[in-house]
Design a protein around this ligand. Sequence first.
Ligand code: PEP
Length: 268
Amino acid sequence: MERKPLVAANWKMNKTVPESVDFVQEFLQLFAVPPEVEVVLAPPFTSLAPVAKALEGSPVGLAAQNMHWEEAGAYTGEISPVQLRDLGCRYVLLGHSERRHYFAEGDGEISQKVSAALREGLSPILCVGETLGEREYGKTLEVIERQIGSGTQEADLEDGTEMVLAYEPVWAIGTGKTARPEEAQEVHRFMRGMVASLFGGAVSAGMRVIYGGSVSPENTAEIMAMEDVDGVLVGGASLVPESFARIIKSAAGNPLDTDDDQGGQVGL
Ligand code: PEP
């Protein structure tokens, strides 16, 4: 089954509303987003509505960085899947390592969020990944197995396109260290195999497994060349329109532009 590569930007707790809108305007002027890839921006909650408006008419989709699992109610400070749908979100990042580590989100809570997102018509991007210590102790696949198993235990999947898995080794996030392409491929293949055993071959063949962790314009092509890597989740390098655009071009299979090969596009 053909899986359309997904390139997702995770802005984390960055950018004010004017900065977010400026990014979108600059980014959309840089190039025509290639139809071979799906591109999604996950700005902070405060920027979702203005970014949705700025993206109108473009193929770029909107994602949230987190959500609560209930539709509505007495949950001060939380945001529900219904509210995210209302703003035009297509995706929601769930189980990001910063949520797991700084906010003590556990597997049970993440599982509730995954099933709530699916129920409300949002596609979860379920993030999983091992810490450096876990990798050094040879526990990588064990950790991934636990996180996917529990994260999807209440999920009801039909063909795999409703959900995305993101492999984000914790030691590679924001550190400038990237998993070697073969290391990523080994984990991605394991993840796809797990989805096959949990939900069947059709779901596994349709589900995109994307990589995150210090992705840059320079390393996107080699990571994307791996058979089971279906896209990238980009933190730091997605904050600047030019570098995010170069990552997208690279993920779409276009060679990296050099200064004298800009294909008629500004700054690419
Ligand atoms: C992330 O936080 O999802 C991420 C991949 O960050 P970075 O690209 O900065 O490592």
